[in-house]
Design a protein around this ligand. Structure first.
Ligand code: PMP
Length: 366
């Protein structure tokens, strides 16, 4: 382990699950890299290992603790209210459970039953809004959360779309963790490494993850290339022409947690060099490859991010920058875990069959 680590080592005994937020592993995607003919080190930051199961635990913890420090949140009095695609909600509900806050989560209907059940288990109160409601319509999850805050004494919306502690959580924790991991592993002939991040790839919802990561990782390596991943049907990518729909494209996508119909203030476009648009089919197909060939139990947006990373690394520019270069480190954020999607159609439609004793042939039964 490098003696110049940016972060302190993890404690041998954790004081609570709060300290199990973040501290996630960096894992080589060697099988996918080999199958795709990539020469670089393809690495995954596997955020599903965080206490609440996603990258958003980090912002929940930081937004709450900074609001407490600023006197905006008063323990035992304040009520947390947040619009979310679910993972920020789970992070907030976990932090709220540990710190004793009441927590109200507002989430579009599209989001999985598994997320709802996890929120319920953590004791959060849940409101669901129509998926198709535009962000600024009265029916949206954002508008309803604002109305709940306006009518609930003690309610506070930490507002992940506008809160600097969203990108800052990644600037101060996710990025230094990655840099520490890379610095701790020496470059060898068998495993060459630049020991810094050359390319960072992440899905964008609020954009906080990629914006905070790109800012900090670029301070460590000014040549950093950052790649944003945005589903077809969303408008976050730049140039805006990328967001134009082609014949046969649907504005509806099933992948959860990425894409929006407005640009959140925490999404810093100047920090993002390239954008890739992804479709559900390629995202879910790559998610299944991550599960079956790498053994990583991740969610659909992780599949989108790896599919986009591979496509960019195989493009002319991507191959030159990293895809065809030994020792370059490409880090892809795998934002959440399969726990959120266990009963989803896309996971189960072509999964392996289950054999029930009653329907086995006679010689298998005996
Ligand atoms: N993937 C998933 C599954 C998510 O829940 C989120 C957060 N909405 C993201 C990716 C994108 O993270 P961010 O909001 O930081 O852009």
């Amino acid at each position: 382990m490098s003696t110049n680590a940016l972060l302190p080592p993890r404690p041998a005994i954790h004081d609570s699950a709060l300290s199990l937020i973040g501290g996630t592993p960096l894992v080589r995607l060697d099988r996918i890299a080999r199958e795709e003919g990539l020469e670089c080190n393809l690495l995954a930051k596997v955020e599903g290992f965080s206490a609440g199961g996603s990258v958003k635990d980090r912002i929940a913890k930081r937004m709450v603790e900074e609001a407490e420090r600023a006197g905006v949140l008063i323990p035992g009095h304040s009520i947390l209210v947040e619009p979310t695609s679910g993972n920020t909600g789970i992070g907030l509900a976990l932090v709220a459970a540990l710190k004793g806050y009441r927590c109200i989560i507002v989430m579009p209907e599209k989001m999985s039953t598994e997320k709802q059940n996890t929120l319920k288990a953590l004791g959060a109160e849940i409101y669901r809004t129509p998926t198709e409601a535009a962000w600024d319509s009265p029916d949206s999850h954002i508008s309803l959360a604002k109305r709940i805050v306006a009518t609930t004494p003690g309610a506070v919306m930490l507002d992940q779309y506008n809160n600097v502690n969203n990108p800052d959580a990644h600037y101060y924790t996710t990025a230094p963790e990655i840099l520490d991991s890379l610095a701790a592993v020496p470059s060898t002939e068998a495993r060459p490494s630049s020991q810094t991040v050359d390319v960072i790839v992440a899905g964008t919802g609020t954009g906080g993850t990629l914006s905070g990561l790109a800012k900090r990782l670029r301070e460590a390596n000014p040549q950093l290339v950052s790649v944003g991943v945005d589903p077809v049907g969303s408008i976050l990518a730049r140039p805006e022409s990328l967001n134009e729909m082609k014949d046969g494209d649907s504005p509806i996508y099933k992948v959860e947690g990425t894409g929006y119909d407005f640009v959140p203030a925490v999404l810093s476009h100047p920090d993002i060099n390239h954008w890739m648009k992804t479709r559900d089919a390629e995202s879910f197909a790559m998610c299944k490859r991550l599960i079956r060939s790498e053994g990583l139990l991740v969610g659909g947006s992780s599949g989108a991010s790896v599919a986009a990373a591979v496509a960019w690394l195989k493009s002319d520019e991507g191959r030159q920058v990293a895809g065809g270069v030994k020792g370059k480190n490409v880090v892809v954020v795998l934002a959440d875990s399969l726990r959120n999607y266990i009963t989803s159609d896309w996971l189960n439609e072509d999964s392996t069959p289950v054999h029930h004793l009653a329907s086995l042939s006679l010689d298998q039964k005996n």
